[in-house]
Design a binder for this molecule. Sequence first.
Ligand code: AMP
Ligand code: ZN
Length: 437
Amino acid sequence: MDFQYWAVQIEKMPRSELETLQLQKLKAQVDLALRTPFYKERLTKIGIKSKDDIKTLDDLNRIPFTSKNDLRDGFPYGFLAIPKEEVVRLHASSGTTGTPTTIYFSRDDIKRWADYMARCIYSTGCDKNDVFQNMITYGLFTGGLGFHQGGEEVGMLVIPAGAGNTARQFKMMQDYGTTVLHATPSFLLHLETKMREAGVSRESLSIKRAFAGAEPYSEDTRLRIEALLKVDVYNSYGLSEMNGPGVAFECQCKDGLHIWEDGYIAEIVDPNTLQPVKEGEIGELVLTILCREATPLLRYRTRDLTSFYTEPCKCGRTHRRLHRITGRSDDMLIINGVNVFPSQIEEVIMGMKEVGNNYLIIVEKDGALDKLTVKTEVISDIFMDDTRPLNALKEKIKETLQASISISPKVELHESGSLPISEGKAVRVQDKRPKDV
Ligand code: AMP
Ligand code: ZN
């Protein structure tokens, strides 16, 4: 196989040099972090007052972990390390409550991010001859703009298609001769179903590759998409706290995701003891970003469960590979690529006086896509024969949830005391999607 490299010197850098580079960048990040109210307090407390207090990469272990809750507590500017007039963009994702976790970028941060994305895209064999249809949400979510900039950096013709509307997606694929797609794995499967329904022939399309990420999926799902759509599928991993996509990506070997270690220091820890796991064991991924000045984050707990490959990759890149994410160490659900914490749903429904004490959140597959159903009990006074107040309440719950979690669920109302109550700790979430990861 002919491998191609966007930044060959860095991608194949000997590990000792890579570690020297990491140390140098870590020191710079610590200096930046000390300019933020959050880390100034945290780091000075443990005796880290400047980059000179970081002498080896092992000194990272002295630094406490940063969590999504910390980011929320520091909202909106507690993690900002540069003057606001030098910030050119923000992206945000859902927090465990209504407060979003917000990340800021300087102009150079955006350039660096585009460069990491270009590296990912190019490593799959794409180049400037490709037409890239980016079928993912733009906006506060990082997936749209992240891939968009990376695609342009590679020189591809980028179509900012956005998510949804399969008929329009097929039309664009045919009109512009799209060769590369980006979507969630569920949407790619959904696309195939719609393609058959609409009678769009595979021969009328020129697609060769697809990038799939934003939610967990199994190797079987990848193989299924590849067989059905006749494309090569590459796994893309990232999270908004670490810029978004561009953190780890599969190369042409399609065997594990290279994590760009000149941009991120990756650790895998036991989520209970927070101690490093043994080589090759599964644990929670902890990341320190080295490629962003506006919002430095040190030892960020991603909550994603994965493990390192122990063998180097055939492509010759020296950056270690991660196994596909097998799950989370918290209760976050990913529904059609959108992150949802059960606590966000609870906050909405329990805030309504008409709603009773018991509720149930059900996530299941509806064809290839995910479906969210929220069942709640209503207080006994309003459970009457008149369906009007019930329908109004249903609408109200639906709309408030849509505003809070960006998903419009199916809402079912039940008579007080009619939903099952489990003995002991309430099981309020039923994730019925096949666990094939
Ligand atoms: P967001 O911050 O909205 O971009 O969501 C990031 C989260 O999505 C990650 O922490 C993962 O839980 C999940 N995620 C993103 N990409 C993947 C992937 N390729 N495989 C599994 N989970 C993913
Ligand atoms: Zn590789």
